[in-house]
Design a protein around this ligand. Structure first.
Ligand code: 5AD
Ligand code: SF4
Length: 447
């Protein structure tokens, strides 16, 4: 097998990051070598995101830059994968004829074969409603690769796709119907990870709360739910930390929330996207819950785990959003006091129902509301963070720079330690006394 090199650039969410790892592993098994510089590679893969127009524009402008690279190196192959590939398909090659291959979200496992037979104009974007995510055993690296160092924390995809059809969202069109992976495949993958030294796993899905509600997860366990899965993964000896993302509040069961009270290695952190504080806007978004139900879930979570750090996603300036609707969002922020949030200006996406709605909000109004929201959220972050000063937290080392450490608390806060007193390796856990709070991180000393 002759050796060829490849370079992958990943946009978007954790699921894309995991898909990029899968593609890298498959290519390595077929004799390709990964490079960290696109100039040195024979193949460039862009694993793309189409959640907002900005994400897609970034891909298109990078493709423009790569066109010049290909002029100098005509044998360079260019592959567009991921959500933009799935949504735009052949149109990508029509607009960008220097692209050789378009690979959709369900076709990544065939990447190596597709490349073997890739003449010009290859497009593989099938989206099967009964798609079965293949069993896939991760290859663990020994840490010698600069590009993919030995991992102490990993993502594990347990399901993909979505059946909710929130009116603003492209995911049902880019990732297809919701499908759950088989329990046996997930547990096998988790066991391999922990056996290879992984200390922290994050279970991934667009809507993990409905794990098991769709595909046959296991014929012997018909009522198997996400909390059953969570408990089984958590029980793997040697797994220090378990997290998951993402959840829809409407499907958040009491059974799952209870896990925070009694599953010891489940981290006290919950990302629970709310999107708006206005019931009127939530209805227009087709979120199928009310502000009140959301607040009830937050109280329940806090009753099971008083120190849980709740974060959210917020869309600002959805079509029809009035000043009053936005005030409702601001007051929800005060009611919940999120530990953090990702907030975005609403962006029209092709094919979604909200793109057809009237009452589009001016860009300048969206920008002004977003700034107001983010300013207040930043203050709340700092207020929360100040409460950690003086406390001793268990932190996991992420990066080591001499004796300085970048670590993460179970709540997902970044904790900087200027002098760790001894040499640590990533994945080790230590106690840190928090001495300072910033907006987005904490500083601590070995405690
Ligand atoms: N415009 C703006 N933000 C969006 N999101 C999803 N679709 C859109 C859109 N059309 C946000 C939501 C989601 C996060 C991943 O991206 O807040 O939770
Ligand atoms: Fe982007 Fe959503 Fe696709 Fe993730 S699933 S890459 S966030 S569009």
């Amino acid at each position: 097998m002759h050796s060829r090199s490849f370079y992958i650039k990943t946009f978007g969410c954790q699921m894309n990051e995991r898909d990029s790892e899968i593609m890298a592993q498959l290519l390595s098994e077929h004799g390709y070598i990964e490079t960290s510089d696109s100039d040195d590679s024979d193949l460039i893969i862009l694993n793309t995101c189409s959640i907002r127009a900005k994400a897609e524009q970034k891909v298109m402008s990078l493709l423009g830059v790569i066109r010049k690279q290909k002029k100098k190196k005509p044998n360079l192959k260019i592959c567009v994968a991921g959500c933009v590939a799935q949504q735009e398909g052949r149109q990508i090659i029509e607009r960008m004829p220097h692209v050789d291959l378009v690979v959709g979200t369900q076709n990544i496992y065939q990447l190596a074969e597709l490349l073997e037979h890739c003449d010009k104009d290859s497009v593989a974007t099938s989206l099967d409603d009964r798609y079965d995510i293949p069993a896939f055993i991760p290859a663990m690296v020994d840490g010698s690769s600069e590009r993919r160092p030995a991992a102490f924390k990993k993502f594990l995809t347990i399901m993909q796709g979505c059946n909710n059809y929130c009116t603003y969202c492209v995911v049902p069109y880019t990732r297809g119907r919701e499908m759950s992976r088989k329990v046996t495949h997930i547990l096998e993958e988790a066991n391999v990870l922990v056996g290879a030294g992984v200390r922290e796993i994050t279970l991934l899905g667009q809507n993990v709360n409905s794990y098991g509600k769709t595909n046959t997860v296991s014929s012997s366990k018909p009522d198997y739910s996400f909390s059953d899965l969570l408990r089984e993964v958590a029980a793997i000896p040697g797994l220090d930390r378990l997290r998951f993302t993402s959840s829809n509040p409407k499907d958040l069961s009491d059974e799952l929330m209870r896990c925070f009270a009694d599953v010891e290695n489940l981290c006290p952190q919950f990302h629970l996207p709310v999107q708006s504080g206005s019931d009127r806007i939530l209805t227009l978004m087709n979120r199928k819950y009310t502000r009140e139900l959301y607040l009830d879930k937050v109280s329940a979570l806090r009753s099971y785990s008083p120190d849980i750090a709740i974060t959210t996603d917020m869309i600002i300036g959805f079509p029809g959003e009035t000043e009053q609707d936005f005030e409702d969002t601001m007051s929800l922020l005060e009611d919940v006091r999120f530990h953090g949030s990702y907030s975005f200006k609403y962006s029209d996406r092709p094919g979604t129902r909200s793109a057809e709605l009237e009452g589009k909000v001016d860009e300048s109004v969206k920008a002004e509301r977003l700034l107001r929201f983010q300013t207040r959220q930043n203050e709340i972050c700092l207020e929360h963070n100040r409460n950690y000063v003086g406390k001793v937290l268990s932190v996991m080392v992420e990066k080591v720079e001499g004796t300085a450490l970048v670590t993460r608390a179970t709540t997902n806060h970044l904790v900087h330690i200027a002098d760790g007193m001894r040499k640590y390796t990533p994945g080790e856990t230590l106690l840190a006394k928090i001495v300072r709070a910033g907006h987005h991180s904490l500083s601590g000393e070995p405690g």
